[in-house]
Every structure is written in structure tokens, then in C-alpha cells.
Ligand binder design. Structure first.
Ligand code: GYE
Length: 330
């Protein structure tokens, strides 16, 4: 709709050139064809997030016909909400939102709907019951990712009589990635009586926070903990946990704590190949091309698929080579 307004403006300027008004330059004309995207990213808390932002910036360029207005919310929902309100005022063509957490979106999404601006959700979801508040969602199936990790654990610890001590370090509370990955672990803990949850810590998806809480936890133990698994809800949590564990004399690997991670960015795969990370569950951040497909479908007057999940796999050291890691895009 913004494009229509701009086209009308262009026409007026061109017509007025005959009566001495300013004529739109070819530069302006090119500008008018751009589809304006207001994008609201969570922040830059993890390697995954940085790769995700990069993917968006690579796709939504002027050469490809877009003007990208990119807002980094620095991990705060209120910043995301004000960015959306600003985009509505600016009358962008589309709003792309990576919601930090699931709740609290109804009113601002309603405002976007009333302004006639389609909202595309990326990566995480919102818990709004009214699906008409967003045009489409593109992201990962986090419950499935967690279930793949639990299935791997069942293979590694097949003896139901043996105690398995697990530390769970979760990501940002209330985010879809946290909710899904946590729910899968909880279901597995229910199923296996011999799996013992030693501690649940909040790593907020960052290395620094995890290092801090893990160090505090390990230091509080009276002796050496019997830690078989550290279930880390993203790579940066895994990096912080490994740092704290090793500093306190723990071994990470087959002969010690088996670190499970989600994302499988290059840094984590390298540690997996080296044996420090036991399992890396892939979470694909390269969502830019999929978001563009949604926009192209809508530009052509079509209706995009409501939910689109990306294909993902798991990696252990046996699946990896240096060449494979080198060739990986993130
Ligand atoms: O796993 C984590 C990030 O929502 C999939 O958020 C995303 C998660 C990802 O900060 O690294």
C-alpha cells in the first residue's frame, strides 16, 4: 500500500513537472519500486542470532528490490513493541518479527492488522489464539529438536537401572525455543525414572550468563557432582557451561559430562569434532530466503503457508569432518 502511495506521488510529481514543479529523478523512481520491510530482531545474544540477522540482510537488499528497516531490540520485548509501532507509523509494506517470548503480542499485532500491514513471524512463535494476527510463521520445530536429543540420550544410556545425572541449562524463559526444548526434556525425564535432574539453571541463551550460573552451581556442590549430561539449550550456553566445567576440573566428553547443544553453528561443530560436545542438534538460522518466499507469494496475490518448519538434523563427532565444518554457512 505504501508502494501505491509512492506511485501516486511519483505520478503527481511527473505531471507537475510541466507546470514547473520538481521532477522525480530516475533515482527516486527506482526507490519507489522497493518493498519496505520493517524487521524487528531479538538482539545479538548468540551466534545463531547473528547468523540469522546476516541471512536477512543478505536477502533484503536494494538490489533485490527491498528497503530493510532493521531494529535490534537488545533482548527487550518493550523495544520490539515500540519498533512495531514505529513501523506502523512509517507505513511499511511488511513487518517481520522475531518475537523474544510468546506472550504479550495481541494488542500490537491487532494495531498492525488494523493498519493493513501483514506481519511475518520468524524463528519463534506468539501464543495469540487469533491466527489472523499474522500472515505466516517460518522457523524451527523446537519440540522435535528436543525429542531428537532425548532419543540420542536413550541410545547412550540404555540401562534403566543406571542413574543418569542431568543438568539442564535453559534459554530465555517463555521463548518458543526454550519452551519446546524444555518440554522435550521434561517428557523424557517423566519417561525414565533413572534420569535425575540435578539442577535447572537459567542461561538466557548467552555464554556469559551461563558461565556465571554454572560456576556458581558447581562451586556450591559439597564434592564432585555425578554429572552425566549437560543439556544446553543453545551453543552459547554450551560454550559457557564447558568453560565453567573445565575450569573446575570436570572432563567434557565420552569419559565425563556429555554436553548436548542446540543450533550446531560452526564453533559448536568444531567442539563436537574435538569430542568436547557430544551431540549438536541443528537449528537452521538461514531463514532469509524462506521469508522472502512468503513475501513474494503475497506480492503475487497468493496466501502463504501458515507455518513452515525447516529441516534439521543431529551431529555427533562421527558425522563430522573439518571440510564439512569449513563448508558450513554458519
Ligand atoms: O537456538 C539461540 C537463539 O530462537 C532458535 O535463539 C532461536 C534460539 C537459538 O538465541 O541460539
Amino acid at each position: 500500500m505504501r508502494k501505491l502511495l509512492l506511485a501516486a506521488l511519483f505520478l503527481t510529481l511527473t505531471l507537475c513537472s510541466a507546470c514547473g514543479a520538481r521532477t522525480a529523478s530516475p533515482g527516486d523512481a527506482a526507490e519507489e519500486d522497493l518493498t519496505v520491510i520493517g524487521m524487528c530482531q531479538v538482539g545479538a545474544e548468540s551466534d545463531w542470532r547473528v547468523a540469522d540477522s546476516e541471512s536477512m540482510k543478505t536477502v533484503f537488499t536494494e538490489e533485490n528490490g527491498y528497503r530493510l528497516l532493521f531494529e535490534d531490540a537488545r533482548q527487550k520485548q518493550e523495544n520490539q513493541i515500540s519498533a512495531i509501532r514505529k513501523f506502523i507509523q512509517q507505513r511499511v509494506d511488511y513487518i517481520v518479527l522475531m518475537p523474544i517470548s510468546e506472550s504479550g503480542w495481541e494488542s500490537v499485532l491487532q494495531e498492525a492488522k488494523e493498519a493493513g500491514i501483514p506481519v511475518i513471524l520468524v524463528d519463534r512463535m506468539v501464543d495469540a489464539a487469533d491466527e489472523s494476527l499474522y500472515a505466516a510463521h517460518v522457523g524451527s520445530d523446537f519440540l522435535r529438536e528436543g525429542a531428537m536429543a532425548a532419543q540420542w540420550m536413550e541410545g547412550v544410556f540404555p540401562d534403566e537401572r543406571e542413574n543418569v545425572g542431568i543438568i539442564h541449562i535453559h534459554g530465555t524463559l517463555g521463548s518458543t525455543a526454550q519452551l519446546g526444548r524444555t518440554a522435550a526434556l521434561e517428557a523424557a525425564l517423566e519417561k525414565h525414572e533413572n534420569w535425575e535432574l540435578l539442577a535447572r539453571l537459567d542461561g538466557d541463551f548467552t555464554q556469559a550468563k551461563t558461565y556465571e550460573v554454572m560456576t556458581e552451581y558447581l562451586s556450591s556442590l559439597p564434592g564432585r557432582g555425578n554429572i552425566d549430561v549437560v543439556y544446553c539449550e543453545n551453543d552459547n550456553i554450551a560454550f559457557g557451561a564447558i568453560q565453567a566445567l573445565e575450569e573446575q576440573g570436570y572432563v567434557c566428553g565420552r569419559d565425563g559430562a556429555r554436553v548436548i547443544t542446540f543450533d550446531a553453528t560452526r564453533g559448536a561443530l568444531t567442539q563436537c569434532l574435538e569430542g568436547r560436545i557430544a551431540l549438536a542438534v541443528e537449528c537452521n538460522p538461514l531463514l532469509g530466503p524462506l521469508v522472502e518466499e512468503v513475501i513474494q507469494t503475497m506480492e503475487a496475490g497468493g496466501t502463504p503457508e501458515k507455518h513452515r518448519y525447516v529441516e534439521e538434523q543431529v551431529f555427533t563427532a562421527e558425522d563430522l569432518t573439518e571440510a564439512l565444518i569449513e563448508a558450513r554457512e554458519y
